[in-house]
Design a protein around this ligand. Structure first.
Ligand SMILES: [Zn+2]
Length: 216
Protein backbone atom coordinates (compact mmCIF):
# COMPACT_ATOMS: atom_id res chain seq x y z
CA UNK A 1 0.00 0.00 0.00
CA UNK A 2 1.29 3.39 -0.86
CA UNK A 3 1.36 5.55 2.24
CA UNK A 4 0.32 9.07 1.48
CA UNK A 5 1.94 11.73 3.56
CA UNK A 6 0.91 15.29 4.22
CA UNK A 7 3.80 17.62 4.64
CA UNK A 8 3.79 20.27 7.30
CA UNK A 9 6.40 22.92 6.74
CA UNK A 10 7.72 25.94 8.52
CA UNK A 11 8.59 28.54 5.95
CA UNK A 12 10.38 31.83 6.30
CA UNK A 13 10.34 34.03 3.25
CA UNK A 14 13.43 36.14 2.81
CA UNK A 15 11.61 38.13 0.15
CA UNK A 16 7.93 38.57 -0.53
CA UNK A 17 7.07 35.53 -2.59
CA UNK A 18 4.13 33.22 -2.29
CA UNK A 19 4.30 30.85 0.65
CA UNK A 20 4.93 27.20 0.03
CA UNK A 21 1.82 25.07 0.21
CA UNK A 22 1.43 21.85 2.13
CA UNK A 23 1.22 19.00 -0.30
CA UNK A 24 0.46 15.31 -0.22
CA UNK A 25 3.22 12.98 -1.32
CA UNK A 26 4.50 9.48 -0.65
CA UNK A 27 7.13 8.75 1.99
CA UNK A 28 10.60 9.12 0.56
CA UNK A 29 13.01 6.18 0.60
CA UNK A 30 15.78 8.65 1.50
CA UNK A 31 14.07 9.43 4.79
CA UNK A 32 14.24 5.78 5.81
CA UNK A 33 18.04 5.83 5.50
CA UNK A 34 18.21 9.09 7.45
CA UNK A 35 16.03 7.69 10.22
CA UNK A 36 17.97 4.44 10.48
CA UNK A 37 21.26 6.05 11.36
CA UNK A 38 22.03 6.92 14.96
CA UNK A 39 20.97 10.38 16.09
CA UNK A 40 23.68 13.01 16.43
CA UNK A 41 23.93 15.00 19.69
CA UNK A 42 22.04 17.89 18.04
CA UNK A 43 19.31 15.55 16.88
CA UNK A 44 19.01 14.05 20.32
CA UNK A 45 18.58 17.58 21.72
CA UNK A 46 15.71 18.25 19.31
CA UNK A 47 14.17 14.85 19.99
CA UNK A 48 14.26 15.39 23.74
CA UNK A 49 12.57 18.78 23.43
CA UNK A 50 9.95 17.50 21.00
CA UNK A 51 9.24 14.58 23.32
CA UNK A 52 8.70 16.88 26.30
CA UNK A 53 6.48 19.16 24.25
CA UNK A 54 4.34 16.50 22.59
CA UNK A 55 4.52 13.61 25.07
CA UNK A 56 5.18 11.54 21.95
CA UNK A 57 8.51 10.23 20.75
CA UNK A 58 9.10 11.63 17.27
CA UNK A 59 12.47 11.01 15.70
CA UNK A 60 14.26 14.15 14.55
CA UNK A 61 16.95 14.24 11.93
CA UNK A 62 18.96 17.11 10.52
CA UNK A 63 19.53 17.02 6.80
CA UNK A 64 18.17 17.71 3.39
CA UNK A 65 14.43 18.30 3.63
CA UNK A 66 14.00 16.79 0.18
CA UNK A 67 11.51 19.34 -1.09
CA UNK A 68 11.73 22.01 -3.75
CA UNK A 69 12.01 25.45 -2.19
CA UNK A 70 11.02 28.53 -4.18
CA UNK A 71 13.77 31.14 -4.64
CA UNK A 72 13.93 33.61 -1.79
CA UNK A 73 12.24 31.31 0.71
CA UNK A 74 13.63 29.38 3.65
CA UNK A 75 11.98 26.16 4.69
CA UNK A 76 13.61 25.20 7.97
CA UNK A 77 11.75 22.05 8.90
CA UNK A 78 9.30 19.50 7.65
CA UNK A 79 6.99 17.02 9.34
CA UNK A 80 5.61 14.15 7.33
CA UNK A 81 2.06 13.66 8.48
CA UNK A 82 0.38 10.34 7.83
CA UNK A 83 -3.38 10.35 7.09
CA UNK A 84 -4.08 8.80 10.48
CA UNK A 85 -2.20 8.88 13.76
CA UNK A 86 0.72 11.00 14.87
CA UNK A 87 3.74 11.74 12.73
CA UNK A 88 6.74 9.59 13.57
CA UNK A 89 9.42 12.10 12.67
CA UNK A 90 10.40 15.52 11.45
CA UNK A 91 13.41 16.85 9.64
CA UNK A 92 15.31 20.06 10.32
CA UNK A 93 17.79 21.97 8.24
CA UNK A 94 21.32 21.37 9.59
CA UNK A 95 21.61 25.09 10.35
CA UNK A 96 18.63 24.84 12.72
CA UNK A 97 20.30 21.96 14.54
CA UNK A 98 23.52 23.93 14.85
CA UNK A 99 21.67 26.80 16.48
CA UNK A 100 19.96 24.45 18.92
CA UNK A 101 23.35 23.12 19.95
CA UNK A 102 24.92 26.58 20.21
CA UNK A 103 21.92 27.85 22.14
CA UNK A 104 22.20 25.08 24.70
CA UNK A 105 25.86 25.92 25.24
CA UNK A 106 25.09 29.57 25.99
CA UNK A 107 21.42 30.61 26.06
CA UNK A 108 22.21 34.11 27.32
CA UNK A 109 24.19 34.80 24.13
CA UNK A 110 20.94 34.61 22.15
CA UNK A 111 18.83 36.69 24.52
CA UNK A 112 17.83 39.84 22.57
CA UNK A 113 17.71 41.62 25.90
CA UNK A 114 21.51 41.38 25.94
CA UNK A 115 21.93 42.76 22.41
CA UNK A 116 23.14 46.21 21.51
CA UNK A 117 24.17 45.79 17.88
CA UNK A 118 22.67 44.45 14.67
CA UNK A 119 24.88 41.36 14.54
CA UNK A 120 23.73 40.27 17.99
CA UNK A 121 20.07 40.78 17.10
CA UNK A 122 20.59 38.77 13.91
CA UNK A 123 22.04 35.86 15.86
CA UNK A 124 19.20 36.10 18.37
CA UNK A 125 16.73 36.06 15.50
CA UNK A 126 18.27 32.94 13.96
CA UNK A 127 18.35 31.13 17.28
CA UNK A 128 14.72 32.09 17.96
CA UNK A 129 13.82 30.77 14.54
CA UNK A 130 15.50 27.44 15.30
CA UNK A 131 13.62 27.17 18.61
CA UNK A 132 10.38 28.08 16.85
CA UNK A 133 11.02 25.45 14.19
CA UNK A 134 11.17 22.71 16.83
CA UNK A 135 7.95 23.85 18.50
CA UNK A 136 6.22 24.39 15.14
CA UNK A 137 7.07 20.92 13.89
CA UNK A 138 6.08 19.48 17.27
CA UNK A 139 2.55 20.82 16.81
CA UNK A 140 2.46 19.13 13.42
CA UNK A 141 3.49 15.92 15.19
CA UNK A 142 0.52 16.44 17.49
CA UNK A 143 -1.66 16.39 14.40
CA UNK A 144 -2.27 20.07 13.69
CA UNK A 145 -2.14 20.90 9.99
CA UNK A 146 -3.41 24.43 9.61
CA UNK A 147 -0.18 26.40 9.25
CA UNK A 148 -1.43 29.64 10.81
CA UNK A 149 -2.62 27.71 13.86
CA UNK A 150 0.55 25.61 14.07
CA UNK A 151 2.76 28.67 13.79
CA UNK A 152 0.80 30.51 16.47
CA UNK A 153 0.89 27.58 18.87
CA UNK A 154 4.57 27.02 18.13
CA UNK A 155 5.38 30.64 18.92
CA UNK A 156 3.64 30.31 22.27
CA UNK A 157 5.94 27.37 23.04
CA UNK A 158 9.24 29.03 22.12
CA UNK A 159 9.79 29.72 25.82
CA UNK A 160 9.35 26.00 26.51
CA UNK A 161 11.96 25.01 23.94
CA UNK A 162 14.30 27.71 25.26
CA UNK A 163 13.96 26.64 28.90
CA UNK A 164 14.33 22.97 27.89
CA UNK A 165 17.70 23.98 26.47
CA UNK A 166 18.82 25.76 29.62
CA UNK A 167 17.46 29.29 29.30
CA UNK A 168 15.72 30.95 32.22
CA UNK A 169 11.99 31.57 31.95
CA UNK A 170 12.66 35.31 31.59
CA UNK A 171 15.11 34.66 28.76
CA UNK A 172 12.64 32.35 27.06
CA UNK A 173 9.92 34.96 27.34
CA UNK A 174 12.16 37.69 25.89
CA UNK A 175 13.13 35.45 22.97
CA UNK A 176 9.49 34.63 22.25
CA UNK A 177 8.49 38.29 22.51
CA UNK A 178 11.28 39.19 20.09
CA UNK A 179 10.10 36.53 17.63
CA UNK A 180 6.55 37.87 17.91
CA UNK A 181 7.66 41.45 17.25
CA UNK A 182 9.95 40.61 14.32
CA UNK A 183 9.67 37.30 12.47
CA UNK A 184 6.00 36.78 13.28
CA UNK A 185 5.08 40.37 12.40
CA UNK A 186 6.82 39.99 9.03
CA UNK A 187 4.75 36.94 8.23
CA UNK A 188 1.66 39.09 7.74
CA UNK A 189 3.15 40.25 4.44
CA UNK A 190 5.84 37.66 3.63
CA UNK A 191 4.14 34.36 4.50
CA UNK A 192 0.49 35.18 5.22
CA UNK A 193 -0.43 31.47 5.29
CA UNK A 194 1.56 31.37 8.55
CA UNK A 195 0.00 34.48 10.07
CA UNK A 196 -3.34 35.10 11.73
CA UNK A 197 -5.03 38.12 13.27
CA UNK A 198 -6.42 35.61 15.79
CA UNK A 199 -2.89 34.94 17.01
CA UNK A 200 -2.75 37.48 19.83
CA UNK A 201 -3.37 37.83 23.54
CA UNK A 202 -7.01 36.81 24.01
CA UNK A 203 -7.35 35.75 20.37
CA UNK A 204 -8.78 32.47 19.11
CA UNK A 205 -5.34 30.85 19.04
CA UNK A 206 -4.27 32.04 22.50
CA UNK A 207 -3.30 28.82 24.32
CA UNK A 208 -3.44 30.56 27.71
CA UNK A 209 -6.42 32.91 27.52
CA UNK A 210 -6.47 33.37 31.29
CA UNK A 211 -2.97 34.85 31.24
CA UNK A 212 -1.81 38.01 29.54
CA UNK A 213 1.92 37.39 29.27
CA UNK A 214 1.83 37.11 25.49
CA UNK A 215 3.20 35.14 23.73
CA UNK A 216 4.62 33.10 26.63
ZN1 LIG B 1 4.15 23.92 9.26
Amino acid sequence: MRLRILLGMLVLAAVATGPAQATVRPLRPADAALLQRAATPEERIAEAVAKRLTRLSPAVRCGNLGIPVPPGMLVSGITLLPPHGPAAYFLLLPEMCNYLSWFRQSPETYDPGNCSDAECFQLASKAAFALATVSHESYHVLGYRLEKQVECYGMQSIWFVATSLGASVAEGQRIAAYYWATTYAERRVKTPTYWSADCRDGGRYDLRPAGHSWPS
